[in-house]
Design a protein. Structure first.
Length: 99
């Protein structure tokens, strides 16, 4: 059974900001980042338990070719995946775990 994705509003803004930043650096790069992120989100939805626990109930999945990780929590009862953060790996890790 597939899961429903729910984005924290901050995580959604992080994703939009990253896409815009990459697009400013090079035409088409933001689109590539968005595609790679979407691929990883589809993998998470298909098999959310495949990724390791990073802190408490939070799990992380790296985005291929980019220094970002998707931080999420699974709610088995509701069949939802809550995206807590789309986190650049060079930032202070204290900010990546949000409820």
């Amino acid at each position: 059974m597939s899961y429903k994705l729910i984005f924290n509003s901050i995580a959604e803004n992080e994703l939009i900001s990253a896409v815009e930043w990459y697009e400013e650096q090079e035409f088409g790069l933001g689109e590539r980042f968005e595609r790679e992120t979407e691929k990883q989100l589809q993998k998470i939805v298909t098999n959310p338990v495949a990724y390791h626990f990073s802190k408490g109930k939070f799990r992380e999945a790296s985005i291929d070719r980019f220094p970002f990780t998707i931080v999420y929590v699974i709610n088995e009862r509701k069949k939802t995946i809550y995206i807590s953060s789309v986190f650049h790996t060079s930032r202070n890790p204290k900010g990546k775990y949000r409820k």
